[in-house]
Design a binder for this molecule. Structure first.
Ligand code: OGA
Ligand code: MN
Length: 285
């Protein structure tokens, strides 16, 4: 590490730009600095990065275990820990699933038995306008809940499924590409309120894509509550809209945030990113 890297807030609640870091050539001191910054800022934005798929996987592997994406047809050839997030297929034609995918609010893979630590996107091609990714701070959202809602949520257990929550059904119903997942998922119960393993702060761990039920609650009541919580958490003061530039690498804390593709760009314009998702190594937070 040469010059001291710096942080600059981009959003009101979250979204922090890092300057002075080259992720493809990060020494141990640089990594320790990034790790400390990430503990305090759940969405970090690194500009002007040049990462091959293997570099992205290697950076992710410093935090934990990068995992191959469940949608096998989006895996990066020769580097399965990295996947493509893109709106074009190999032949350059529009991939409509790629356009629509992940445009409803969610936290990644909460239907699995192990929860991810973080994910990273690296922008290779971006639309001329918009086409951002929006993030919500679920720690700030929890803190702002009225005490009566905090009491109501304490002790509640949510059921997480693949795309079976109120916001998931509309997005993925009858979509062939969504059926190429290499696994079958059962319901996964997680508490509605979790505690961040690093900061110790409570987190609203309910997302409208995957949460489709709440233990002991009728479906209609559960869906109403899930949607009410999503509306609360995605208010402007808890969110950050990331406008992508080519070369951006954005990493987010999967334990403390929700996100969605804004889906607000011209689909004929190419949007191509590399992505990796990282799981905790035993005993490491
Ligand atoms: C993701 C994701 C949304 C987008 O990579 O997990 O949800 O299109 N991305 O920016
Ligand atoms: Mn996602």
């Amino acid at each position: 590490m040469t010059a001291q890297p710096e942080l600059r807030p981009l959003g009101q609640a979250l979204g922090t730009e890092v300057s002075g870091i080259d992720l493809a050539a990060l020494d141990d001191a640089g990594f320790a600095w990034v790790q400390r910054a990430f503990a305090a800022h759940p969405v970090l934005v690194f500009r002007d990065q040049h990462l091959a798929a293997a570099d992205l996987a290697a950076f992710g592997a410093r935090f934990g275990k990068p995992r191959p994406h469940s949608l096998i047809n989006y895996r990066y050839p020769g580097c399965p820990e990295v996947s493509y997030l893109r709106n074009v297929d190999d032949a350059g034609k529009i991939d409509w699933f790629g356009v629509k995918r992940a445009t409803a609010w969610h936290t990644d893979s909460t239907y699995e038995s192990e929860l991810p630590l973080l994910a990273i996107l690296h922008a290779l091609e971006v639309p001329r306008e918009r086409g951002g990714t929006v993030f919500a701070d679920m720690c700030a959202a929890y803190a702002a809940l009225p005490p009566v809602m905090k009491d109501r949520l304490a002790g509640l257990t949510c059921f997480h499924g693949h795309t079976s929550g109120p916001a998931g059904g509309d997005l993925y119903r009858n979509n062939e590409a969504a059926k190429t997942a290499d696994k079958h998922y059962d319901d996964k119960p997680w508490p509605a309120i979790t505690t961040h393993p690093v900061t110790g702060k409570p987190i609203l761990f309910v997302n409208p894509m995957h949460v489709h039920g709440i233990a002991g609650m009728a479906k209609d009541d559960a869906w109403e509550l899930i949607e009410e919580l999503a509306r609360h958490a995605t208010q402007e003061q808890f969110t950050y809209y990331h406008h992508w530039r080519v070369g951006d690498a954005v990493m987010w804390d999967e334990r403390a945030t929700m996100h969605r593709g804004a889906g607000d760009y011209e689909p004929a314009e190419r949007r191509v990113m590399l992505r990796t998702i990282v799981y905790p190594t035993e005993g490491v937070t």
